[in-house]
Design a protein around this ligand. Structure first.
Ligand code: ARG
Length: 614
């Protein structure tokens, strides 16, 4: 059972974790060296064109630099490849390069290198040899960001899941991450809402009664209808907004009551999803006092232009549907500020006060133009120092299975709490049915834990496994399926490996484990399937760093899906329980262990809980 393995790992000699080599960047540096050595210092900054091998037959990596260089040097590409090959100092990391085709250099990692790197991973259960980024950056991740008095919808769910994973991954790499929830808690709609509630539900404004978020949404709709129909109400609502923005006590406390009730509902969703509790609410209202200064800064930079009484910034290249120039309005004719004004203030605050070097905005792709304009204007206005990167991290729509907008049958937005409840209920039904089929009886605690991991994991994984730029079809059946690139499949894959480890550990009578008394186990990568698994395991750092750059968590999912298939190939062709010798068995057990650690690490980054048994 589980404790056997736990105690075995507890007996591992305390090794200072040593990071594995980032092979791709290491090879890049070696090729650059060779280029300089062969053709002079002018080639120091030439791209090395080292990539992963496009086919396994070509080895592990390939270098494609000889072909473009041939033109430049007026020489034959194969001759250049041969010269580079002779100059490359591969230090036992790769076999001597093979020259192929028109002049590719094929690079294959040596068995000795793979073995020693895997050894480092084995000794580093937590990081699997992945080195922290250097230098570490201060990164702000703006995600989730629902709106007060409105339902949190599937778009916010997507932002929440993506943002939480990106924040985890960046933090894992050692970056200093600030998670900000840019809640829509400010604006003219609060005037009419407060007014309406004074008539309909005064106790709510006084903080003496609680409203369900759905009731609040209902009241919001009613207030909007009144606003559109009744001129006197309209006038009073405008006056209420002015009072609120001026900081009037009574208006503010009414507003606060509304914010608190909405936030309680958001928190419920975050808790069920297991969102990092450090996600800090810093809504639009936070930036309210800074808005006049934004206008002043824009004016000083000569960016402001009046149009129909509104203050606007016109940038080249932005047009509306009719092809007319599309300015960014920063102040309306009545003096009110806009969503964009707040975002400009937020850029300044994040850069100046929070000292962010990288700011990520995780929202639907529909806001791409908004952010493009905000980024461009803030740079033109001198708010953003050189080297600071502002990045919109867009994602596609969430659709229902028939490809239409995601709505309930009656056309309402789907409530996230209801959605998550259904995922949990379906997962529980699946789990119970499987246990019954296997004739297993498990405690309610076990069933609840597994159902939660599977149900919530399924919702998250389905979202993350899809390239975020695509629209994605929400399907309970697909996300809960036991086959394919799904959460249940990955969770079972992990638990199965842990099961194998436990059985082997039992067999070894608690004497063995993968670490012998003298130190690290001797890894024997004898079979192709073992080598292939080892190669894939060693790539984990490369993949994590790739996601750090391009912010596509789907690459983590692809990577672990492939990992589980490489593991299956290994497990089919290399007996672990029936290994031919104790030495081979230890080595294979070690491979199981590294695979499990790498899976656990990735599932953790994806916000999922890896279960020891399922
Ligand atoms: N509240 C906005 C919405 O629901 C998202 C805010 C995103 N963050 C930002 N800084 N604008 O669409």
């Amino acid at each position: 059972s589980a404790p056997a393995v736990a105690s075995l790992s507890a007996r591992h000699p305390p090794t200072a974790a040593q990071p594995t080599l980032d092979v791709l960047s290491w090879l890049d540096a070696r090729v650059k060296e060779a280029l300089v050595e062969c053709y002079g210092p002018e080639l120091r900054d030439a791209p090395s064109l080292v990539t992963l091998a496009t086919k396994p037959d070509f080895g592990d990596y390939q270098c494609n630099v000889a072909m473009p260089l041939a033109k430049q040097l007026r020489s034959a590409p194969r001759a250049i490849a041969a010269e580079l090959s002779a100059a490359l100092r591969l230090d036992g990391v790769c076999e001597p390069p093979e020259i192929a085709g028109p002049g590719f250099l094929n690079l294959r990692l040596t068995r000795a290198f793979l073995t020693s790197e895997l050894g480092k991973m084995l000794a580093d259960d937590e990081r699997c040899g992945v080195a922290p980024a250097a230098p570490a950056q201060r990164v702000v991740v703006d995600y989730s960001s629902p709106n007060i008095a409105k339902e949190m919808h599937v778009g916010h769910l997507r932002s929440t899941i993506l943002g939480d994973t990106l924040a985890k991954l960046l933090e894992f790499l050692g970056h200093d991450v600030l998670r900000l929830n840019h809640v829509g808690d400010w604006g003219t709609q609060f005037g009419m809402l407060i007014l309406h509630l004074r008539d309909e539900a005064p106790a709510v404004l006084a903080g003496e009664a609680q409203l369900e978020l759905s009731d609040l949404v209902q009241l919001y709709k009613q207030s909007k209808a009144r606003f559109d129909a009744d001129e006197a109400f309209q006038r009073d609502a405008r006056a209420e907004v002015v009072r609120l923005q001026a900081g009037d006590e009574r208006s503010l406390s009414a507003w606060k009551a509304l914010v608190e009730q909405s936030e309680a509902a958001f928190r419920q969703v975050y808790e069920t999803l297991g969102v990092d509790p450090r996600l800090q609410t810093r809504g639009e209202s936070f930036y309210n006092p800074m808005l006049p200064e934004v206008i002043a800064t824009l004016r000083e930079a000569s960016l402001l232009q009046e149009s129909d009484g509104a203050q606007c910034v016109f940038l080249d290249g932005y047009k509306n549907r009719e092809g007319a120039p599309q300015p960014m309005i920063v102040q309306k004719s009545d003096g009110g500020f806009m969503y964009s004004t707040t975002d400009l203030a937020a850029v300044a605050h994040r850069v100046k006060v929070e000292r962010a070097q990288r700011v990520l905005y995780v929202t639907d792709a529909g806001q791409a133009q908004h952010f493009q304009q905000v980024f461009e204007i803030s740079r033109l206005a001198g708010m953003v120092p050189e080297g600071v990167s502002l990045e919109h991290v867009p994602f596609g729509l969430v659709l229902s299975e028939d490809g239409k907008k995601f709505k309930t049958r009656s056309g309402e937005t789907v409530k996230l709490t209801a959605l998550l409840d259904e995922a949990l209920a379906r997962a529980r039904a699946d789990v119970t049915a499987r246990l019954q089929a296997e004739g297993r009886e498990e405690s309610e605690e076990f069933i609840a834990k597994v159902s939660h991991a599977v149900g919530i994991g399924a919702v998250k994984y389905a979202d993350l496994a899809m390239n975020r730029n695509s629209n994605y079809k929400f399907s309970f059946d697909k996300m809960l399926s036991l086959s394919g690139n799904t959460a249940p499949y990955m969770l079972y894959a992990y638990a199965r490996i842990r099961g194998i480890e436990r059985r082997v550990a039992q067999e070894l009578g608690g004497e063995g484990g993968v670490q012998s008394e003298e130190g690290a186990v001797k890894l024997l990568l004898l079979e192709d399937a073992e080598l292939n698994l080892a190669r894939h395991l060693l790539r984990v750092g490369e993949v994590v760093r790739e996601v750090e750059r391009d912010l596509l968590p789907s690459k983590l999912c692809e990577y672990i899906f492939e990992l589980s298939s490489k593991f299956n190939q290994f497990y089919e062709s290399c007996p672990v329980l029936q290994a031919e010798s104790a030495e081979v068995q230890r080595s294979r057990l070690a491979l199981c262990q590294v695979t499990a650690s790498v899976l656990r690490l990735n599932l953790g980054l994806l916000g999922m809980e890896a279960l020891e048994a399922i």
